[in-house]
Every structure is written in C-alpha cells, then in structure tokens.
Design a protein around this ligand. Structure first.
Ligand code: ADP
Ligand code: ZN
Length: 608
C-alpha cells in the first residue's frame, strides 16, 4: 500500500478547463460538470444527483484544486479511501486521508502537511470528521470546499442510512463561508428533500442528471438451464472480465463459485455468512485484479467503486426494479460497454412470493412488496424497450427505443394468446383453483396420469383442449399470466394457481391478450459485442494489459488506477507513435504521460 502521507506538491493551476485537460487528461466536461464546478469556484453550495458513473468526483476534485486551501471530502467507506487517494496521486494531485487505520506518526505527518497547505484533497469518514480533534484541526486550515459523497446516507428512508451523517450539519454551522457540495446517485424526491433539510442545503443549486446508463446493455432471458446459459454468456462475451453474479441464497453463491472455478473462471463467493477475513480477502482481490468474478448475495456491492466491472448477472430475480437498477448499475462505471444479464422463470416468481408471504411486517407492507415485485415482473415480460420501461419507472422520459437492450436488438415476437389464456384460466377454474402448473398442463394436454384419474379430471370439459401447444408453450402462457397478475400463486397449497379479479374480462371474451413468444434461441439471448472492437489486435491488447498489470503490481494499486480500459482501448485502436500522440488519449494527463508513455509506446512499437 502506498503511504498516504507521501506528499506530492499541490497542483498550481486555477482554471478548471486547464486542470481537466492537463491533470485528468480529458478534453471536455460532460454537462453539467462545468456549471457545478463554476458554482463552487464562486463559493456557492450545490446538490448533485447523477447516476453511477456519471462523473461526480470531478465535480468536487477540480474546484478543490482550483480554489485556495484543501478540499475536504466526506466519504462513508474507509476501505475505499485508499483507492481514491491512489488514483489522485497517479494524476499528480496531492491527496490524502485520515482514518482509524493509520499509525500515530503517519497521522502526525499528515496533519503537518495540512497545516502547511500542501494538500489539495483530504478524505475523511463522517465519524472522524465530527471528532473534536478533527474539527479543531479543520478550524486551523484554509478549506476550499466540503464534499459530502453518498449524501443519501443521511436519509432514514434509504437502506444505506448512517447515523454519523446526521451530524454533518455541523459543516454549515461551523464553517458557514466554505462552499459545500452533496452528491448522490439516489434520486427519489423524498431522499432529495431529506438531504436538503438535514444538511441545510436550502440555498444550494440543484443539478439533477438523468438516470440513464447508456453503456449498459439490459438483457433478460427465460431461465431454461441457468448454469449452461451463464457459462455460454461468460465464454462468449466475458472470458477475462471482472463481473458480479447475484444469487438469492448464500449456498448458491458458494456452489456457483465452485462450479465456475471448475470451468476455468476465477470466481469467488461473497455473502454475510462468510467470516470477515474471507470476505475482505475476496473483495480485495475483486478490486485489485482484473478478471475476478464475485458470486454474491445482495450483501455485496454498496460503495464498490470499481470502474471496470464489465457485467452484472442475476441468476435469481431481484425483488424490485430499484434493486435491479442499483445492482446492474455497478457495471460499466467507466462508461465502456457493459452487460446487465438476467435469467428468470416461473419458479423465481413462486419463490419470491413465498418469501414475501412469510416475511415479517404488516399486510400493508406485504402488499407494497407484492406491488414492487409485479413491476419487476412487468419489466421481465415486456416486449418493448427495457431501458424505456426502466426510465419510465423512475419518471424519466426517453426515446421509445434505445437500441441497446435485448428487445431493441432482437425484437420479441408476440402472438395473440387470447384463446390459450382462456383455456388456461378455465382449466384453473374447473379444477377448483387447487392445482399447480404441471397438473394443469396435463389437463390441457389430455395426459392420462395417475393424478388425473384420481381426481377424475379426464371428465372435465377442459380435458385435452390444449393439444396444439407443447409443454413449454403452456408453461410460458402460465408464467405470463402469473407475471401480469391474472393468476396468483397459492402458497398454502404448494403453488396452486388461483384466479384473480383481473381475469374476468379475458374469460368473458371482452379482452384480448398479446403474449411473448419464448423461442429457444432468444432464451440464450443473442451474443452481443464485447467491449473490444472486432478488428482490434488481440495480441496488442493483451500486451498492453500485461504492461498495465506490471505497473499496478509494482505500486500496489489496481490496474484501472494506472489506466482505465477506455484509455487502453484507445491505445490499441489508435496505436500512438510518439509522446505527443500518446498525450491525446483520453485519461492521459501530464503526470501519466511522463510516467508511462515510454513503456506503453514500446509495447505498441513491438506489436507493429
Ligand atoms: P461517479 O462517482 O458519478 O460514479 P466517477 O466520478 O467515478 O463517477 O466517473 C466515472 C468515470 O467517468 C470515470 O472513469 C471518470 O474518469 C470518467 N469521467 C468523468 N468525467 C469525465 C469527463 N469530463 N470526460 C471523460 N471522462 C470522464
Ligand atoms: Zn431498448
């Protein structure tokens, strides 16, 4: 680990555009970064709502550099401060952190360099900030701004609530002349209002950036053989990539990780039941290496700030659209192409409904949960653009078709399922709403099973009226009827299907229904492009990655701290021949040009 006290000099530039280009190596601001930055530089307060990967960090890093004094960043996770500080140091920015993991002498040295005005950015956890000693230190310093990252942690509504955040109001009262910026990716109005009131940001300018993550490709397929589907997906598209696979149960994360390891992938489990040492070790490997797959329960992910996660896969259905969006949002923070991949089936619905039914909480709470699950199911079953539906769920307008989700790329066939649905519903009705899908399909197909004889279901008018569809087609019909709320699952009776009010007009012939056609090919979801362009020189790409890995290893930092995938991809595509061409690559500022161009240019020369 690099020493947080090892001082670089303060950056002397004052012009944000100049800092962007020369320090960070980016040609342009993304709107509205420039406006946010100039508001802060002029001493105003700001609230920023921006999706993950939107580019929030620059919004406080650049004004912290541009203004006199040190920028103080409040960030909830001690574990991640090191990475952020490492990344800034790579750019030649003087950054450091203070937390409980540091030795006394180190703290002393850091405090000294702070007093001497040598630091651009100081990272603190909220509990550290409110300690009297820290406040006393801060009063001695010239402070350029306060940045409150993950500001939604102040909200008691959210699941990330941190009691320490409630004390952050002290910044407004103790340091009234220092501009403050609060940042979050959680955008609902309730949370926003709470941030404003608890942090006294009533006069702050609000910047609300759309939710969309255009580089993430959303794909949802029918679960047929989940392990094989996953394996195909990984083999075809993510042979050497970092990714997260979410499962519902702890056991399944372990079994899946073991199985993937046998298939030649580096997969590690992560769940709350593992001892803290193993968890920390697995998380550290995921962050520091390039091709680790974490197989996790939802216990994993909060605050994971790894930019090059190339895919997030779900082997079980998330309970809500909110959690689906949050979990998939961990992919592609660097803006490069990434996949959000999910397989689901009727069993998932039954299992989740069961868990909700058995969960503690009021009936009202359970109804709300059901409602949210139904929205998730709706997203799975829609035949129109997934992104459009997702954004609409968050009250955001977007084009009807995004061109980067499975239903846009590979439009879903639909068929008039009215008659099939009527048959299915009447089979449920005639068997007194007491049987599960398999038996109902036997009735419809006129199978002569023991159970059919036992209940004399071969005497029913619905017996054998569904021979034109095969078993999979009937399963698809039932799944869609359940997902859309025409049928519900009776859990007291082992998954018996019951009619819901909603099916009346359908049964009476007053309504038509369009169903998705699940085809075998679509179930595997057509292969999409990997982040690499087709015509890239794979040998060169691997050699560049190796060069990056060696630098990372030598300095004890993750490879993306040296260069992001985007920079590496540009290198492989444009093959710069000299330092001035190298300096034009995205993410190459002056410091990185100086430190790395020679080695990487040599790798490119060799490939030519
Ligand atoms: P957030 O904190 O909002 O999740 P980050 O600040 O980590 O996002 O930025 C996400 C990615 O976008 C990073 O790789 C960052 O370097 C890159 N980025 C941010 N602003 C710009 C910009 N103006 N031009 C190019 N890349 C940018
Ligand atoms: Zn789409």
């Amino acid at each position: 680990m690099s020493n947080p006290a090892a001082g670089s000099k303060k950056v002397l530039m004052k012009d944000p555009q100049q800092i962007l280009q020369h320090v960070f190596g980016f040609p342009d601001f993304r709107a509205p970064q420039d406006e946010i930055i100039s508001t802060l530089v002029d001493g105003g307060d700001v609230l920023v709502l921006m999706p993950t990967g939107g580019g929030k960090s620059l919004c406080y890093q650049i004004p912290a550099i541009a203004r006199e004094g040190v920028g103080v960043v409040i960030s909830p996770l001690i574990a991640l401060m090191q990475n952020q500080v490492d990344a800034l140091k790579q750019l030649g920015v003087s950054a450091t952190f203070l937390n409980s993991t540091l030795a006394f002498e180190t703290v002393h040295r850091i405090e000294q360099s702070l007093r001497q005005g040598e630091v651009d950015l100081l990272y603190l956890a909220p509990e550290r900030l409110v300690q009297p000693a820290t406040l006393a230190l801060l009063r001695e310093l010239d402070i350029s701004l306060f940045a409150i990252d993950e500001a939604h942690c102040v909200s008691q509504w959210g699941h990330d609530f941190r009691a320490d955040y409630l004390h952050l109001n002290i910044l407004a009262t103790e340091f009234p002349s220092v501009p403050r910026i609060a940042l979050t990716a959680t955008a609902d109005i309730r949370t926003r209002t709470e941030i404003v009131s608890r942090l006294s940001l009533d006069d702050a300018r609000q910047f609300i950036v759309g939710f969309d993550r255009p580089n993430i490709r959303y794909r949802i397929a029918l679960k047929t053989n989940p392990r094989q589907q996953l394996l195909q997906f990984l083999k075809n598209e993510h042979r050497n990539d970092a990714g997260i696979i979410y499962c519902l149960s702890r056991r399944k994360t372990e079994e899946t990780a073991t199985w993937l390891s046998q298939q030649g992938f580096e997969a590690l489990p992560y769940h709350a039941g593992l001892d803290s040492e193993t968890r920390a070790k697995n998380q550290a490997r995921f962050l520091n290496e390039e091709s680790i797959i974490i197989v996790a329960t939802i216990a994993f992910g909060m605050g994971i700030d790894k930019p090059d996660v190339r895919f997030v896969a779900h082997l079980d259905l998330p309970k809500t659209v909110e959690s689906y969006y949050q979990e998939t949002g961990r992919a592609g923070r660097d803006g490069e192409a990434a996949n959000a991949w999910l397989v689901y089936g009727l069993q998932d619905v039954i299992k989740l409904r069961q868990m909700m039914e058995n969960s503690e909480g009021s009936d009202e709470h359970k109804r709300a949960e059901q409602h949210r699950l139904n929205a998730m199911l709706g997203l799975c079953e829609i035949t129109s653009c997934r992104r459009h539906a997702l954004l609409r769920y968050f009250d955001e307008d977007s084009p009807e078709r995004c061109g980067n989700c499975d239903t846009c790329i590979d439009p879903v066939d639909t068929w008039d399922g009215t008659e099939a649905a009527q048959k299915a519903l009447s089979a449920v009705f005639r068997t007194d709403q007491r049987f599960g899908v398999n038996h109902l399909i036997d009735v419809l197909q006129g199978s002569k099973t023991e159970k059919i004889r036992q209940f004399e279901h071969d005497k029913l008018s619905t017996f054998g009226i569904g021979q034109t569809l095969d078993i999979n087609q009937w399963r698809s019909v039932f799944r869609q009827l359940v997902a859309r709320g025409y049928l519900s699952v009776d859990l007291e009776r082992y998954g018996a299907l019951r009619l819901e009010q909603k099916c009346r007009p359908l049964l009476k012939g007053e309504q038509q229904i369009e169903l998705r056609r699940d085809s075998g090919k679509k179930a595997v979801a057509r292969q999409t492009k990997t982040p690499l362009p087709e015509d890239i020189n794979v040998g060169l790409w691997e050699a560049l990655r190796e060069c990056r890995r060696l630098f990372a290893e030598a300095q004890g930092v993750p490879p993306y701290v040296i260069f992001h995938d985007k920079t590496l991809r540009e290198m492989a595509e444009q093959m710069p021949q000299n330092t001035s061409e190298f300096g034009l690559l995205t993410g190459v500022g002056e410091r990185k040009l100086e430190k790395y161009s020679e080695a990487f240019l040599a790798v490119i020369q060799e490939a030519l």
